[in-house]
Design a binder for this molecule. Structure first.
Ligand code: NAI
Length: 250
């Protein structure tokens, strides 16, 4: 395993489960010091403990990414704990209620927009300020295939993820000359706890939507995310990268 993230400090939101957990573990395997930020502190601590158990450096912090003051404190925790911030993955997210737009409640709408879209603004605002202090960094925002196409009964999620792709482009262009690269990842349906409540038929139906004939794995999404965060991606910014088993190509 290459240790190309040695000496780097990473911040992963939603790092206690699924894709975020895989990103945190792969970053640690490649030498990064990792702060795992999640609504579920116990689960985040377990991921940090697993990293420490393998000789890595990690810490956990509780955060609700939909709350500005909590995001500010979580980024400050990174600086207080490891002294700087080099790479960030804004990954925390929820599926939200399923209904067509006309039936979507205001409450459900605001919840999904707060957790999946506004959170990325709050996070990047504090991450960019921290990265500027140490001369730059790299950010990956976890969008979705639904950052470029739609899906039935998911108006808030589709809107939020399209917004994440737009916000990624905006921040990337504004900070390109300041040493900060910003990209977005668009996973197809991935076999994580986010999909755990689906009945088996729905799970099978989702598999069939992917030309590759299966759901993706968190490790596959993490592999792309780490490439985009790494120095190997030094000329890549403002772009949106699918890891979707061919879903969007159809
Ligand atoms: P997951 O449910 O396994 O993990 C999400 C993590 O985010 C959990 O640990 C949860 O506690 C945390 N979280 C939720 N709300 C939070 C909040 N307000 N503040 C802080 N932490 C919070 O989900 P998964 O599948 O790993 O999803 C991660 C990201 O990937 C999400 O942004 C999701 O929209 C995106 N994604 C997932 C896909 C999938 O099929 N699983 C497909 C495309 C994108």
């Amino acid at each position: 395993m290459t240790r190309d993230f040695a000496g780097k400090v990473a911040f992963v939101t939603g790092g206690a489960s699924g894709i975020g957990e895989a990103v945190a573990l792969q970053l640690a395997d490649r030498g990064a010091k990792v702060v795992i930020a999640d609504l579920k502190l116990d689960a985040a601590q377990s991921v940090a403990d697993a990293i420490k158990g393998k000789g890595g450096e990690a810490a956990a912090v509780a955060v609700d990414v939909a709350k500005i003051d909590q995001v500010e404190k979580a980024v400050q925790f990174v600086l207080d704990t490891f002294g700087k911030l080099d790479v960030a993955v804004n990954n925390a997210g929820i599926g939200g209620a399923a209904a067509p737009l006309g039936d979507y409640s205001f409450e459900d709408w605001h919840k999904v927009i707060d957790v999946n879209l506004n959170s990325v603004f709050y996070s990047m605002k504090y991450e960019i300020a921290a990265m500027l202090k140490s001369g730059g960094g790299a950010i990956v925002n976890m969008a979705s295939i639904l950052g470029s196409v739609t899906f039935p009964n998911a108006p808030a999620y589709v809107t939020a993820k399209h917004g994440v792709v737009g916000m990624t482009k905006s921040a990337a262009v504004d900070y390109a000359k300041k040493g900060i690269r910003v990209t977005a990842v668009g996973p197809g349906f991935i076999d994580t706890p986010l999909l755990a409540n689906l009945p088996k038929e729905a799970h099978d139906g989702l598999k069939a939507l992917h030309p590759i004939g299966r759901l993706g794995t968190s490790d596959e999404v993490a592999a792309l995310t780490l490439f985009l965060l790494s120095d190997a991606a030094s000329n890549i910014t403002g772009s949106y990268h699918l890891v979707d088993g061919g879903f969007v190509a159809q």
